[in-house]
Ligand binder design. Structure first.
Ligand SMILES: [Fe+2]
Length: 233
């Protein structure tokens, strides 16, 4: 019988696990020794709470308006945060970050020779409403090459971090876009062995009649735990 406060074991089919050919960082990061399960304590699982108050939400708009509009295809991402039973996780703190429409992050480690966009910062923080929904208005990120990998390009993607009630209940994952050829060869997406689990990482394009007509709408669901949990990426 499982102790009451242990984490579920990682599912090697639906979660990225171990070392992955062509993904050099996994050889540096994945432990050489067998993993040891350390049950989380009651104190760890009950606080600190009120994360949204401590961190503060930032409006979910990275695209800007008028002469401060970021360059790129305007999109809206409607992401729903749910638990293993499909119940909305209202109050979840959701952070996103992604590169600009030229494939450049605002980060000192980004050495890609692509231009920065002065109107694009690239990170937002939102709080899920009662329906578990957050809506991000932004521009579609571009693909970018991964340094020192002899030709690996990341497909367009958006990084997501979801916090539940406490600091330790955090899921970090990535949202991909449908129909992108680079999805087929991406070492990070394809480190997930189960095709259905990979499919759940890819957003769906809503009908173009949906929304305000000035932006494509992508719908995406993040499952925070259980057999259908979003992969940790
Ligand atoms: Fe990225």
């Amino acid at each position: 019988m499982m102790p009451p406060f242990s984490l579920a074991r990682r599912d090697p089919a639906t979660q990225s696990e171990g070392t992955v050919a062509g993904y050099a960082q996994t050889f540096q990061r994945w432990p050489a020794q067998p993993l040891v399960r350390r049950p989380q304590t009651r104190a760890e699982l009950t606080g600190p709470a009120n994360l949204a108050r401590r961190l503060g939400a930032v409006r979910g708009d990275l695209a800007g308006y008028g002469d401060r509009r970021a360059i790129g295809q305007l999109i809206k991402v409607r992401a729903r945060i749910v638990d293993e039973d499909g119940v909305p996780v209202s109050g979840a703190l959701v952070e996103v970050w992604h590169c600009n429409a030229a494939g450049k992050y605002i980060h000192p480690n980004d050495t890609h020779d692509a231009p920065a966009d002065p109107n694009f910062y690239g990170a937002a923080r939102m709080v899920a409403g009662d329906s578990g929904l957050v809506e991000l208005r932004t521009i579609k990120p571009a693909a970018y090459p991964v340094p020192d990998t002899a030709g690996w390009w990341r497909p367009p993607h958006i990084h997501f971090s979801v916090w539940g009630r406490v600091w330790l209940s955090r899921l970090v994952t990535q949202m991909f876009f449908p129909g992108e050829p680079l999805n087929e060869s991406d070492a990070i997406l394809n480190a997930i062995r189960d095709p259905e689990a990979r499919r759940r990482c890819i957003a769906e394009l809503a009908p173009t009649t949906k929304g305000t007509q000035d932006a494509l709408v992508y719908e995406y669901q993040i499952v925070v735990r259980g057999r259908g949990a979003s992969p940790k990426l």
